[in-house]
Structure formats: structure tokens, C-alpha cells
Design a protein around this ligand. Structure first.
Ligand code: DAS
Length: 326
């Protein structure tokens, strides 16, 4: 394998977290800076060369456009640099799937871009962050990682950004891919892909937009108050994603509110609150002007809807085609 020169962009999270004790449950994310982190990585003796840059040092619950915009532009700079063969982004695990999917939709895919985090802080017994990082370096060093979009490496597995989701809050085996499962297995010294790269061409699918339009997520449940839907989808909202029950279902009273909002120009996407929810179109989606999220969970459906709206797409059929894409 050619010698890898990897750019590491750090955003914080548990991978850079400190508890102050090897056994404590509580800890502060985003405490170790990139220079310190890379000096710890040096001790692993990995074959790649690393250069680092701090984009932020926060818990990923606070991540949004204020971090996404400089992160996106730093990745683009790295991808354009002939001296860089791949990019690793260290990130908190809580919203890692949203950042990964946003980057996946807005970056070219000729060089590997890999997101990695940890479930245990850096001074905890059994810290998983260095192993995950070594695995991420293994993936980012592999030319075969290109053409698969943005990747996530956690718990000795490789996931595609569109599929990956956090499914556990404590175990180091905290991520799963849905509907495809993981697309590879990795250790610091071995990497097995389960299939060939699937992206046709190099180009990004969407332009990155730093001013993403406002889109809310409405969580459906038994005994739901339709007034909540009225209040949450205010005049300033451009879109709404419903975390519906079952296959994106809604109480009739709430559906009526959303039909009314759709007529006023608000985009409506039906997703599911079910962990492995797949939402297909139903006959009423056509007259209602609704879109079905397919296998995207509500938080990822929100990202895709924001990018569609930012690119001027307003036709539900055109939106549906983007949700149907793999
Ligand atoms: N503190 C959380 C975050 O930054 C959790 C984590 O990183 O695992 O997302």
C-alpha cells in the first residue's frame, strides 16, 4: 500500500474526553487537543503520517452549522492538497451520524473521509478511542475506501454514512448500519470490505450550504395533541420531518395539520420513530404532497430535506427521488 498522509480534523467528543479517574462514569468531552491526541497516536507506531487541525473541541450535542461550515471547508482544502491521501475527523458519537451524512452528501468521494469517535473517555479503563483511531487510519489509508462516500469507523466495523446510526448509549459496540449493516470489518492490521465501491463519479451530490433552512422534527406518540403540531410548525419553518409511529403513521388530527401546512408551502417528510423503520410511500402521499423517508431515520431525513430546500428543490416528486437514492 502506498504511504498514507492523513489529515486529522478534531471536533471534540468522548474520544477527546477526560473523566479524571479510570473508573468514573461522568466525564467532560473535548478536553484533549489535537496536538496532544496525535502525540498519543504516535505511541501506536502506525505507518501513516498525520497532520492535525483543531476545528472545535466540544460535545457533539452542540454541533451544527457553526462547526460544520469550517469542518467542511477544512476537508475540502485537505482533499484538494496533493500531499494529503485521506482525511480522518474525530467527533462525538451522539450526532456523528448527522455530520457524516451531511458531509457524505456534500463532498466529492475520490479520497477517503472517515469519521471516528469513542464511547469511553481517554483516561477510562478500556478506552476505545485509540483502537478506533488506529482502525480509522487503516481505512483512510486504503485506496479502496474511495468511491464509498464518507465512512464511519466504530467498534471494528466500517459503516457507510447513509446507513450508520447510534443504537446504544454505553457499549463500545454502539453503532449499526441500516438497512445495509456494516460494509467492512477492520482491525489496526486488517481490513475486509464486503463489496465494491458504489458511487459513480467523484462529484458531490449537493453544494454545501452554511445557511441550512429551518426544518423541525415532530415526534409522534399515542394520545398526541394536534395543537403541538400547529405550534411546532410555525411560519418560519420550511420543512417538517415526522418521526411517525410504525411506518411513518400519524393520528388523523395531526395529519390534517400537516396537510394544511403543506398547502402553505412547508415540505413534509414522513419518517419513523422505529429503530429499523423503513417508510414507503402510501397512496395518500400523492394528494397530500408528502415525501416518504425510506430507510433514513428522522435526524438524517432532516439533513437531506435541508439540503434539498437549500438547493431550491420544492417538488415532492423530486424530493422523493433523492430519498429513494442509495
Ligand atoms: N459526549 C458525547 C458526544 O460528544 C458522547 C460521545 O462522544 O460519545 O457526542
Amino acid at each position: 500500500m502506498a504511504h498514507a498522509r492523513l489529515t486529522v480534523l478534531a471536533t471534540g467528543g468522548t474520544i477527546a474526553g477526560i473523566a479524571g479517574s479510570a473508573l468514573a462514569h461522568d466525564y467532560r468531552p473535548g478536553q484533549i487537543d489535537i496536538a496532544e491526541y496525535l502525540s498519543r497516536v504516535k505511541g501506536l507506531g502506525l505507518e501513516a503520517e498525520f497532520s492535525g487541525r483543531q476545528i472545535a473541541n466540544i460535545g457533539s450535542e452542540d454541533i451544527g452549522p457553526a462547526v460544520w461550515t469550517p469542518l467542511h471547508s477544512a476537508i475540502q482544502d485537505a482533499l484538494a492538497d496533493p500531499g494529503c491521501t485521506g482525511v480522518i475527523v474525530t467527533h462525538g458519537t451522539d450526532t456523528l451520524e448527522e455530520t457524516a451524512f451531511l458531509l457524505d452528501l456534500t463532498l466529492p468521494c475520490a479520497k477517503p473521509v472517515v469519521l471516528v469517535g469513542a464511547m469511553r473517555p481517554a483516561d477510562a479503563v478500556g478506552y476505545d478511542g485509540l483502537r478506533n483511531f488506529a482502525n480509522a487510519a487503516r481505512v483512510a489509508s486504503d485506496p479502496d475506501a474511495s468511491g464509498r462516500g464518507v465512512l464511519v469507523v466504530m467498534g471494528d466495523r466500517v459503516f457507510a454514512a447513509r446507513d450508520v446510526r447510534k443504537v446504544r448509549t454505553r457499549s463500545t459496540d454502539a453503532f449499526r448500519g441500516y438497512p445495509r449493516g456494516s460494509i467492512g470489518l477492520v482491525t489496526p492490521s486488517a481490513l475486509d470490505w464486503f463489496g465494491a465501491p458504489w458511487r459513480a463519479g467523484d462529484a458531490a451530490r449537493f453544494d454545501y450550504a452554511s445557511d441550512l433552512p429551518p426544518v423541525v422534527i415532530l415526534y409522534a406518540h399515542a394520545d398526541m395533541d394536534p395543537d403541538l403540531a400547529r405550534r411546532i410548525v410555525g411560519d418560519d419553518q420550511r420543512g417538517i420531518v415526522v418521526a411517525g409511529v410504525g411506518e411513518g403513521n400519524l393520528p388523523d388530527t395531526v395529519r390534517s395539520v400537516l396537510v394544511e401546512r403543506r398547502r402553505q408551502g412547508v415540505a413534509v417528510v414522513r419518517a419513523s420513530r422505529v429503530d429499523e423503520g423503513l417508510v414507503d410511500r402510501e397512496p395518500e402521499d400523492e394528494p397530500n404532497g408528502f415525501v416518504a423517508s425510506r430507510a433514513l431515520n428522522p435526524q438524517k431525513a432532516r439533513i437531506l430535506l435541508q439540503l434539498l430546500l437549500a438547493s431550491g428543490v420544492s417538488d415532492p416528486a423530486e424530493m422523493q427521488a433523492a430519498f429513494d437514492e442509495r
